[in-house]
Write a protein that binds this ligand. Structure first.
Ligand code: FAQ
Length: 320
């Protein structure tokens, strides 16, 4: 049981920890941190890592079907970058205690969450453009905040590199959408259909409304995130709506309107029942995505075992 002296020491450490965050200092591995801070970071960084790894699947399915060599090379590079992002993020999470194996078990056993957006199917080539434009665009907005401001050093630094790469992902997607929207009637039809299917799930990526977001207050208090889910979603909508209008693409929201006083584009209500169902495992592709990750994990087992055996061998003294 903690006595009054222990409690005073804990309070002093917490006050010093919060003062460091207020001064804009980064918290580094090994520094004192409250247990809730550590748990919040493990939750958020591991979910982010899983999202990158599962996020390779919807686009990966189109590598063999890219319409030309340039597009195939770009898509290959993008999907490979996403694997790299998963790597940096699992490393960042490992600095807080959990092992890679434990985090992957949580994902493969269905205990961990990953972004809602990767549970939707990629039905046409236009979806690949829209993923780059919308999904990477949403991810960049969120992760630029994390790169600039997140109080945990390894996570902030991982996001610096991730954002640099994702800005290339976003630009290639936007270029594809512009070309298709200004191309043949069939291309325009395909890209409009992709906008219709991806608009709402992309807006859900920012998470529930602030009043239904249990984690935001603690994350904001400790400088892990500095803008709320609704604030980021609004910025995203304000940026995107004029661009889609300029391309003569329709937005599938009859309630969308411009509000003079705030300067915001106001959206209609998001289907939160769909959001909660998808993040709790009941979306269109959840089963397929986890089955693909489990298969990849099994198929990679011999590589992991061979690497572990090689590392053991290297520890043995040189044979004469
Ligand atoms: N999907 O209290 P909040 C990418 C959960 S990377 C699934 O508001 P928080 C790159 C949330 O976990 C995309 N679950 O949570 C790429 C919580 O449940 P829990 C991923 C969601 O943490 C592009 C519950 O709802 N990015 O796209 C989602 O304050 C293209 C209550 O929510 C990151 O992970 C969701 N969308 O805010 C790859 C960035 N939203 O854990 C391939 C870092 C909420 O208590 C191709 N993460 N939930 O059981 C964050 O910024 C935050 O964690 C949020 C959620 C904003 C995702």
């Amino acid at each position: 049981m903690n006595g009054p002296t222990d409690r005073n020491a804990d309070e002093r450490e917490l006050a010093e920890f919060e003062a460091r965050i207020a001064r804009g200092e980064k918290i580094e591995p090994g520094d004192w941190m409250p247990e809730e801070y550590r748990q919040q970071l493990i939750r958020m960084i591991s979910q982010h890592a899983h999202s990158e790894i599962v996020g390779m699947l919807p686009e990966g399915a189109w590598i063999t079907r890219a319409p030309n060599l340039r597009r195939k090379m770009v898509l290959l590079a993008k999907v490979q970058d996403e694997a790299g992002h998963g790597e940096y993020l699992y490393h960042a999470a490992e600095t807080l205690g959990p092992t890679r194996e434990e985090m992957l078990d949580d994902l493969l056993d269905g205990r961990a969450k990953y972004s809602n957006i990767f549970n939707y199917p990629t039905l046409t080539w236009a979806d690949i453009g829209i993923i780059g434009y919308f999904v990477d665009g949403a991810a960049i907005l969120n992760q630029t905040m994390l790169a600039r401001c997140s109080s945990y050093g390894p996570y902030a630094r991982a996001n610096v590199r991730i954002c640099a790469e994702e800005s290339f992902h976003m630009k290639q997607g936007k270029e594809m959408v512009i070309r298709m929207a200004t191309g043949t009637a069939e291309q325009k039809r395909l890209v409009q259909d992709a906008v219709n299917r991806w608009w709402w799930p992309t807006l859900m990526m920012f998470g529930p409304h602030d009043q239904h977001s249990p984690n935001t207050p603690q994350l904001v208090r400790w400088g892990i995130k500095t803008r709320t889910n609704d604030e980021l979603r609004q910025t995203f909508v304000n940026n995107l709506v004029p661009e889609l209008h300029a391309l003569d693409l329709e937005i599938p929201d009859p309630d969308l309107h411009y509000e003079e006083e705030s300067g915001n584009w106001i959206i209609g209500e998001i289907d939160w029942d769909e959001f909660w169902a998808v993040i709790h495992g009941d979306g269109p592709c959840n089963e397929e995505r986890l089955a693909a990750r489990r298969r990849a994990h099994e198929e990679g087992r011999w590589v992991r075992e061979a690497m572990a055996a090689y590392a053991e061998r290297k520890k043995e003294p040189e044979r004469a």
